[in-house]
Write a protein that binds this ligand. Sequence first.
Ligand code: F0G
Length: 459
Amino acid sequence: MKTIIEPFRMKVVEPIRMTTREERERFLEEAGFNLFLINAENVIIDLLTDSGTAAMSAEQWAAVMRGDESYAGSPSFYRLERAVREIFGFRHVIPTHQGRAAERILFSIMCRKGDVVPNNTHFDTTRANIEHTGAEAIDIPIPEFFKPSAHHPFKGNMDTSALRDLIKRVGQKRIPLVMLTITNNSGGGQPVSMANIREVKSICSEENIPLYLDACRFAENAYFIKLREAGYRSRPVREIAREIFSHADGCTMSAKKDGMANIGGFLCTNDDQLAQSEKDLLILTEGFPTYGGLAGRDLEAIAVGLQEVLHEDYLEYRVVSTQYLGRHLAEGGVPIVEPPGGHAIYIDAGAMLAHIPRCYYPAQALVVELYREAGIRSCEIGSVMFGKPDPTGGEEAPAALELVRLAIPRRVYTQSHIDYVVEAILAVNERRSKVGGYRITKQAPFLRHFSARFEPLRS
Ligand code: F0G
């Protein structure tokens, strides 16, 4: 069959509250034109994030009932440990309340002031947790990464010659670990190839540096390898995932993505001594090592979710439905980051709204316009998020790109929801020359995108 369907049917539904344009104008004014400050009830299609927003399956809800809430030695933990060991293959599985807790524990043990951690591209919590230890987080993606319209099957790859140069420049002793983020979220949800993972591992082995994976979207990455890399077409995704992890010494994981759960994460390692220090720290801040800040029912939901995310009919639907959104936007003349990634489509707002100077936040203007047009919530990934204000009051340095992310929650929206999103974006694209920029009226000293307030420029 040519038509790829949602490989599930619905047993429970959540109503969507429709809003009028007039109501949305008011909500925008009240929220200072910041979509993080809009009540989720007033959003029609919520594409803010794919994190923690998945619809759980009947099997997951059944497992939730089985959740054992014992403080120590819960069978729910052992079920999760078994699932993670079987898929990821690491010896130690340390549960945490979400991905960033795993990052904090890993980096506070491995990193010191003056250290350097290379990654294809650090996610913002990963970078912040590394910098919090006094170490430096360095991004070394391949050059195609910086060109939104460039096609590359594995645009998430790390630049391995830059990695060699970096090791030569700063010295092996100052690099406690190398990381690879699969898929590369900040770069458009682009996958990393098995060849790149293998090459990075071989450089790390020569230098005796451990390789860690940020595994949030590992199943989507494994599926892209199956589709695009020679020799993997007939291999089960589960096996491909196992091969990916066989090249790593450990991983951090947010189960809110490819764990198909609403909360949770874990940290894995093969190093016994390191695992002991990690568990000691876990007890201090997260909880006993058989629950790590999660309820037994959460551990159960993740154990089942990790199995379901590897179903190939699910992954086919996931990748095809994300591409469907990307293809319809691109065919309608909207510039997107090519090729479409696994979990999100990124609109190049800098190109779409090229008449708005960077200092007036074109990506923020687009985010506001999509909400105004049709109640769609998306996420600015541009100069509001990454611009660097000048402490002396001069012009701030803009971000590398002005992007808007449309992240697709797992198993939540149907094709007609996506058709609605396409129609709205194409309508905004039609009248793009009339869309104006924004000025920040209030901002926090860091992570300002969550709370800043804006006003439209009056022309
Ligand atoms: N690493 C990557 C690549 C991520 O995308 C995220 C979260 C994390 C780590 C942190 O995990 O949220 O469980 O603490 N990304 C979400 C997003 C927030 O919207 O992309 P967490």
